[in-house]
Design a binder for this molecule. Sequence first.
Ligand SMILES: C[S@@+](CC[C@H](N)C(=O)[O-])C[C@H]1O[C@@H](n2cnc3c(N)ncnc32)[C@H](O)[C@@H]1O
Length: 145
Amino acid sequence: MKKTDAIVRLIRQEIENKDILEVACGTAEFSLSAAQCAKQVTCIDIDSGRLSSLVEERENIRFQEMDAVEMDFACDAFDTVVLYNALCHIEDQYDTILAECRRVLKPEGHILLIATWKMDSSLMAEMFGDRLEWLEGNCIMKLGK
Ligand SMILES: C[S@@+](CC[C@H](N)C(=O)[O-])C[C@H]1O[C@@H](n2cnc3c(N)ncnc32)[C@H](O)[C@@H]1O
């Protein structure tokens, strides 16, 4: 099973039939997996260079080139916001990006920081300590609005 499919299975209650935003999506592998059961997936990255061409083939995914520091979305727009293996790359802007993620998140929604790489999970361990959840070797931090 593809890694991102396995992650979506682990957090299915946060994805199924929901409006998802993936921030700093890179290839958008996570978004492609989430789109199999989400209502709608929006994914953004500051650089579209690594985006998978498969994204164009799916009706319920839209990609937008956008800086996560200042997102072009309304407040309270998404049920779930995901950052997948992206924390190390946005570390310097983490506070600003987290504030933006909270702004676009619906009141009852969750932000999920997910790491399957050691580089990201080590940083998350430093930042969140024993508040982190470990599921099948993957590191997940769930934050509210
Ligand atoms: C490790 S990479 C890709 C992670 C992605 N989830 C994946 O699995 O392919 C981190 C990404 O963060 C993006 N990024 C860095 N700063 C950003 C910002 N301010 N706004 C949006 N994307 C950003 C980079 O362009 C890069 O694609």
